[in-house]
Design a binder for this molecule. Structure first.
Ligand code: AR6
Length: 173
C-alpha cells in the first residue's frame, strides 16, 4: 500500500476527510446511488450551493468537477464530479473517467484540501466495468500524488465487496 493512499469499505458520507467526492450527474441536482446518499446526509446546504453553480455555469460537464460545502457531513467540502456513462469502452470513455479523478484532485489542491475520499465513480448506475475503473482510479491518483504538494492523503471508499477486493489487489501490489 502506498503511504498516502488508504482503502476502506463503507459509506463515504461517514468519512472524516477535508473533502469527499460525489459521483454526480451533469445537472448537479442530485440522484440515486452515492449522490443521493451524500445529499441526504449533508442536508439542503449542498443543493443550495449546487443551484448557485448551475446559475453561474449551467451544471457540470462529464469529466469536470465543482466544489460545494459539505453541509452537515463530517467533510468540509463535497467535490462533485461527473463520470462517463459506459457504453462500449471507447478510449474517450476511459479518458473521461481519468479526467473526473484528475479534475477532482486539482480542485481539491486549489482549495487547500489535504485529505480527500473518492467513491468508485461510474461503477454503479453508469455501468463502468469495475476492474477497468479501479485501474484508472488508482493510476490517476498515484500519478497525481507524485508531483502535488497540497493533497496529502487519498482515501478510496468502496461500498461493495467486488470493488473492495479489486482495490485491495491493486493497492497491495
Ligand atoms: N458510499 C460510498 N459508495 C457508495 C455509496 C455510499 N453511500 N452508495 C453507493 N456507492 P453510483 P455512478 C457506490 O451509481 O455509477 C446517480 O444517480 C456504488 O456501489 O452512485 O457514477 C448520479 O446522480 C458504486 O460502486 O454512481 C448519476 O446520475 C459507486 O458508488 C449516476 O448515479 C458509484 O455508483 C452516477 O452513476
Amino acid at each position: 500500500m502506498q503511504p498516502n493512499i488508504e482503502l476502506i469499505q463503507g459509506d463515504i458520507t461517514q468519512v472524516e476527510a477535508d473533502a469527499i467526492v460525489n459521483a454526480a450527474n451533469t445537472s448537479l441536482m442530485g440522484g440515486g446511488g452515492v449522490d443521493g446518499a451524500i445529499h441526504r446526509a449533508g442536508g439542503p446546504a449542498i443543493l443550495d450551493d449546487c443551484r448557485k453553480i448551475v446559475a453561474r455555469q449551467g451544471g457540470c460537464k462529464t469529466g469536470e468537477a465543482v466544489i460545494t460545502t459539505g453541509g452537515k457531513l463530517p467533510a468540509r467540502y463535497v467535490i462533485h464530479t461527473v463520470g462517463p456513462v459506459y457504453n462500449s469502452g471507447k478510449p474517450k470513455e476511459l479518458e473521461l473517467l481519468r479526467s473526473a479523478y484528475l479534475n477532482s484532485l486539482k480542485l481539491a489542491a486549489e482549495n487547500g484540501v489535504r485529505t480527500i475520499a473518492f467513491p468508485n465513480i461510474s461503477t454503479g448506475i453508469y455501468r463502468f466495468p469495475k476492474d477497468k475503473a479501479a485501474e484508472i482510479a488508482v493510476s490517476t491518483v498515484k500519478e497525481f500524488l507524485i508531483d502535488n504538494k497540497i493533497v496529502e492523503k487519498v482515501i478510496f471508499v468502496c461500498f461493495d465487496d467486488e470493488n473492495y477486493g479489486l482495490y485491495k489487489q491493486l493497492l497491495h501490489n
